[in-house]
Design a protein around this ligand. Sequence first.
Ligand SMILES: [Zn+2]
Length: 308
Amino acid sequence: MEVVAARLRASGVLGEALAARDASDEEIERVHTARYLELVKREVGALDGPRYLSTGDVIVDPSSLAVARRAAGGAIAALDAAVAYGEPVFALVRPPGHHAEARRGMGFCVFNNAAIAARAYRVRYGGRVTIIDFDYHHGNGTQDVAGEGLSYVSTHASPAYPGTGTELERRGEDAIVNVPLPASGIATEAFVAVWERLLREAIAPLRPDALVVSAGFDYVAGDPVGDLGVGVEAAYDLARGIGALARECCGGRVAYVLEGGYAIDALVRSIEEVARASDAAQGDASGAGHAAIPSAVRVQLERAKALM
Ligand SMILES: [Zn+2]
């Protein structure tokens, strides 16, 4: 994270860095059970070196509770700033969050940063929030806590960790929309086209008041953990589409919260693309070729559209 931040600072992207803050127990417990928070406190508090959290595949060390609290609070601060400025704000935080369920951390995730920010938004401002998740992996944790004003829309490789992510359902005014992508990879153009359709056909109809993006860049070609074969330039088109929708539906209120992305160069370049797109004036759609979308993916997009 320090290397990524240093490189972004050197390229001028961190010109307007905002301070993060710690999430309180109350803010964390809007997403996680009090029992799970106690478990994290107890297990991390007893550490004198690294080990696994008992609930899943998350390596923690004595600093992990403080770092995870700061990551969740950073996501809240980013969304608060997005509300204040009416423009996108990026939370450069780790550990990631979207695999953390109400009752258990897993997949490197201790607390669900994006969901905690969304719940904080609801308490402070009311309204509905949609979490957009383009990480390589399915955000089982975010899906677990969706509903009650929180919708979740995800693309992810399948079959892949954590093995979830086929549901398409309405929960009252909220929705769970999953579009699995072939784990063998997808053309950059098709990846962008899928998201252009989801923004228009699934997310806009939900009429969200704010957007939180689970921004995982492990979909980029060469990522050691993910890798959908997608180019770093995709982040520009994704962010441009998200920014346009945010201006249209929610006063520009969008917070990006870092999830995966384990190749430092791809991570830096993707975040630069998000910043560049967010600074750009409104543009036309990318012109991505919808014909490039694999037919099985297209079927799921049609089903998602029909649900709305
Ligand atoms: Zn991931």
